[in-house]
Design a protein around this ligand. Structure first.
Ligand SMILES: *Cc1c(COP(=O)(O)O)cnc(C)c1O
Length: 966
């Protein structure tokens, strides 16, 4: 609206981020409201949300009005307060150089970071190729047969290997519940193993590798290679001995070292896990990074996480897809062996591309340099009178010192802005990495000798030393031989490769991704910018506390914001995804019951509509799952709930409930449901994946939840990254807050009462927390509330617009829904054979990503528009859905056989268009430009419909030359 005669104040008014985050402007909001026969957003909330859950107290925190304000604050109060010292700490986190072409074109490129998990294969070929590169790199370097597409971190990957070994050995080794762990292991990995082992009744035994004996009844072993100390050992014999007794052996390995060292696969390992962080992913104060998990082909059905494989499309062209989906928790629920859902796709893609860009020769040079500098450093330190404790190493030395020496060296190191790892009073450990230069080695000698005139030079020593592995530890096999690792080495080639892959994928840069429960909202550029600032990116998770004052501030403020939003007392940012939050929250409940002498409480009630991670997490937390039914309106069957709560009153531990429900409805009974659980001695765990419908309106704590997780990668704007990273913090009420996860390596920051760690890093994926902080700060109390209101408005608008064409499955108060709606496609399937998959594939021709398919109800689509989508985009989506409904009517009317309809032949590719033998009963134009606006912004799926069954039958999970595949 033009300003008539503006005042100075009006002219000076700052641009407001709220207007940019929320899609519809006030005029559009008004027109949508009147379409729903309402006047105001408040009226909508009054009608849609049960009065008794609404919070009386508005949110209370300060606000930055726009991007410039937020970035200025983050620079001043966060980045500037961190001290970026050179890190030689190691422990699985190393300095690395993110190649700029990768940083800008993947990490900072919304075409990569705003994409969703590649469930819709035909529009996800780019990132699946990236993941296949990652899997190939991991299988090659570890010497294993098959690898998955990433894990959350090295510690949880090791824990998953332990539980996989446990379940695989059940038949042969029934009574064995002990897991043997080599003592030269990263301490954070050991802590996670202990956390995971306890509820499952697994006993962790640690020991020196020389003392390992197969006389004891272990079901599996975990070895580290090179050890946390840096020592490299030949593991062949211990692996063979253990396997003779049917034990399974996991090796936690350092990926870069495997370029030079004989890989664990060649030593016989059953599983190899580790972190790919040093392949171009900044340390970020602990994460996010991609961990990896590689194993034998024969264990593929038990392997955690997702796997990309090669199948073929309708034209017999090779095409990528997610393999073996039947293993996942979505399907196996309480029988699932892992709860991982969101993993670390973006980071895995980066690590894979690091290998693509460098190629085997450059990688070899990097590894050789790191190692040779370590050898030179060790030789120099010896000349200075220091004794390395380890003789065979890749990049890490442990130096023996006296307590006095330690004190002096530490002081000199800090003065030179250098961090080492200090182990007790008599050992200093240091790890070199890709960033180490000859000047750094000289500086290290100076720090150790206390004298810049130490007389040592790198070139002199270079001539005196050589690589020093015994022959049996030297890698002799080739790696990364596939063409993809040998072609894109110039920046031009790499840039085009990355761009070519990105354009194959549909992301938020093209159109809305209306995935119910996944909340694909705006990931604002300004929110993303700080994550690559060196003051945030290049910080080791175990850097001394006084160097991370900025992170402390950021974490403290974010915890406060999330506590205020949820009404809870304590917040833990440690869990790396929603699933990990569930697990951590349930452990908190478990610890609470134990603290009251009620440790026997182990029943977890879960509604049948729950997300698959819920029952999987409950089982991992040692609980017994009892399912409660839903009634025909999609609400929890209160009678069933009462009966089950009563029946299990003596051993009830928790209820896991999603609110608003997974059916997209504000269940009215929620307060009563929570009361019933409390009356029977249980605690209420709320799955907060749907918080986008509550923020600023209602607080879970006031509704009756005791602990909940939030998905910062849903509600709080961390991008999905094509399937991760995620952050799944938990917030707990006063009585549970002291039991939230702690971390032994940060005993200073966590009280002793806390539970042991669930993630490798004390604050999980700290590096991406600025995103959620910036979102909350820029929206403030008013913006967050309005965002929630508009999310509800957008969903109800779509529901009403689509209602004449598709039945809406569930509704709540006043026939309104929450922030998402489920449309029922089962009647169409019955009348003409068109199913959800056909609609999903046909939407691709319109340039849309399908809504959530067949969850939580089979044969339905769940649509969540979020507040970020404008009215025009909502209308385009509805037009596409209505057009699809008309195409289905053509089948219903018998005008066109189902098999011949554009719905079954979708998606349409360029190859289809140029095919001379086009013989379909509809025009080519109808195929690719079903509505006029599609032509102006056409997205082309690059492959036709993919054959899933073929892919599972002919499992191929690493890069294969296309000729060979055909
Ligand atoms: C996304 C989701 C989860 C799992 O969260 P991740 O971050 O993917 O592990 C759990 N419950 C519900 C309802 C969800 O939508």
């Amino acid at each position: 609206m033009p300003l008539g005669n503006p005042t100075l104040r009006q002219l000076e008014q700052k641009e407001d981020f709220i207007d940019r985050h929320i899609g519809p402007d006030d005029r559009e909001i008004d027109s949508m409201l009147s379409f729903l026969d309402m006047q105001t957003l408040d009226e909508l909330v009054e009608k849609a949300v049960p009065n008794k859950i609404l919070s009386k107290r508005p949110l209370d925190f300060d606000r930055c009005q726009n991007e410039s304000d937020a970035l200025a604050y983050l620079r001043e109060h966060v980045a500037r307060k961190n001290k970026v010292f050179k890190s030689y700490i190691g422990m699985g986190y190393h300095g690395t150089i993110t190649p700029p072409v990768i940083q800008r074109n993947i990490l900072e490129n919304p075409a990569w970071y705003t994409a969703y998990t590649p469930y819709q294969s035909e529009i996800s070929q780019g990132r699946m190729e990236g993941l296949l590169n990652f899997q190939t790199m991991v299988t090659d370097l570890t010497g294993m047969e098959i690898a998955n597409a990433s894990m959350l971190d090295e510690g949880t990957a090791a824990a998953e290997a332990m539980t996989m070994s446990f379940s695989l050995t059940r038949k042969k080794l029934k009574s064995h519940r002990k897991f043997w762990v080599m003592d030269d292991l990263h301490p954070q990995t050991l802590e996670i193993l202990e956390t995971r082992a306890q509820p499952l009744g697994i006993e962790i035994v640690t020991g020196n590798i020389a003392d390992f004996s197969t006389d004891e009844a272990y079901f599996g072993l975990l070895l580290q290679y090179p050890g946390s100390s840096g020592q490299v050992r030949d593991l062949t014999d211990i692996i063979a001995n253990a396997q003779e007794r049917k034990m399974l052996v996991t090796v936690a390995a350092d990926l870069l070292s495997l370029v030079l060292l004989k890989p664990p696969g060649e030593m016989g390992a059953d599983v190899v896990v580790g972190s790919a962080q040093r392949f171009g992913v900044p340390m970020g104060f602990g994460g996010p990074h991609a961990a990896f998990f590689a194993t034998r082909e024969s264990f593929k059905r038990n392997m955690p996480g997702r796997i990309v494989s090669v199948s073929k499309d309708v034209r017999d062209k090779p095409a990528y897809r997610l393999a073996l989906q039947t293993r996942e928790q979505h399907i196996r629920r309480e029988k699932a062996t892992s709860n991982i859902c969101t993993s670390q796709v973006l980071l895995a893609v980066i690590a894979g591309m690091y290998a693509v860009y460098h190629g085997p020769e450059q990688l070899h040079r990097i590894a050789r340099r790191v190692h040779r500098f370590a050898v030179i450093l060790a030789a120099g330190l010896e000349k200075l009178g220091y004794q390395p404790r380890n003789r065979v190493f890749f990049d890490t030395l442990q130096i023996q010192v006296t307590p006095e020496q330690r004190r002096d060296i530490e002081a000199r190191a800090l003065a030179a802005e250098i961090n080492f790892r200090y182990i007790g009073d008599e050992t200093i450990a240091l790890s070199l990495d890709e960033t180490t230069r000859r000047e750094d080695v000289g500086e290290l000698w100076t720090v150790f000798s206390g004298n810049a005139d130490h007389g040592l030079t790198v070139p002199d020593l270079f001539d005196q030393v050589s690589d020093q592995y015994p022959a049996e530890l030297v890698r002799t096999t080739s790696y990364l031989t596939h063409p993809v690792f040998n072609t894109h080495h110039s920046e031009t080639e790499m840039l085009r490769y990355l761009h070519a892959l990105a354009t194959k994928d549909l992301s938020l840069t093209h159109s809305m991704i209306p995935l119910g429960s996944c909340t694909m909202k705006l990931n604002a550029t300004a929110e993303m910018m700080p994550i690559t600032w060196p003051e945030l990116a290049n910080i080791h998770p175990f850097a001394p506390a006084d160097q991370v004052e900025g992170y402390k501030q950021l974490i403290g403020e974010l915890e406060h914001m999330l506590a205020e939003i949820t009404g809870m007392t304590g917040v833990s940012l440690q869990p790396n995804a929603g699933s990990q939050g569930e697990y951590a929250g349930l452990l908190t409940i478990r610890a609470y019951h134990q603290s009251r002498g009620e440790g026997h409480r182990n029943v977890c009630i879960i509604p049948s509509s729950a997300h698959g991670t819920n029952p999987a997490s409950a089982v991992m937390a040692g609980m017994k799952v009892v399912v409660v039914n839903c009634d025909k309106n999609g609400n929890i069957d209160l009678e069933d709930l009462n009966a089950k709560a009563e029946k299990h009153a003596d051993d009830l531990s928790a209820l896991m409930i999603t609110y608003p429900s997974t059916h997209g409805v504000f269940e009215e009974g929620i307060v009563d449901i929570c009361r019933v659980i409390h009356e029977h001695g249980g605690q209420v765990y709320m799955d907060g994946a749907n918080m986008n419908a509550l923020v600023g309106l209602a607080r879970p704590c006031e509704i009756g939840a005791d602990v909940l997780h939030l998905n910062l990668h849903k509600t709080f704007c961390i991008p999905h990254g094509g399937g991760g990273p995620g952050v799944g913090p938990i917030a707990a009420a006063e009585h549970l807050a002291p039991l939230l996860p702690g971390h032994r390596l940060r005993a200073d920051a966590f009280p002793e009462t806390q539970t042991t760690a669930v993630s490798a890093a004390p604050w999980g994926s700290s590096g991406i927390l600025p995103i959620s902080w910036a979102y909350i700060a820029m929206m403030g109390r008013g913006g967050l509330k309005k965002a929630t209101q508009v999310a509800i408005l957008n969903a109800n608008y779509i529901a009403k617009k689509l209602e004449p064409h598709f039945p809406i499955l569930y509704r709540g108060l006043n026939d309104l829904i929450a922030h998402e709606c489920i449309i029922d496609v089962r009647p169409l399937k019955a009348s003409c054979g068109i199913d959800v998959e056909d609609i999903a594939k046909r939407l691709m021709d319109f340039g849309f990503h399908a809504p959530t398919m067949s969850w939580p109800v089979a044969g339905t689509l769940m649509i969540e528009p979020t507040e970020s989508e404008s009215l025009a985009e909502l209308d385009r989506f509805c037009d596409a859905m209505i057009c699809i409904r008309e195409e289905a009517a053509e089948v219903e009317n018998g005008n066109i056989p189902a098999e011949e309809s554009p719905l079954k032949r979708a998606p349409h590719t360029m190859a289809d268009m140029v095919d001379d033998s086009w013989d379909r009963p509809y025009s080519r134009e109808k195929g690719v430009f079903p509505l006029s606006w599609v032509a102006t912004n056409k997205y082309w799926p690059t492959v036709g419909r993919i054959d899933n069954a073929y892919g599972d039958k002919n499992l191929m999970c690493s890069c294969v030359p296309i000729e060979e595949y055909a």
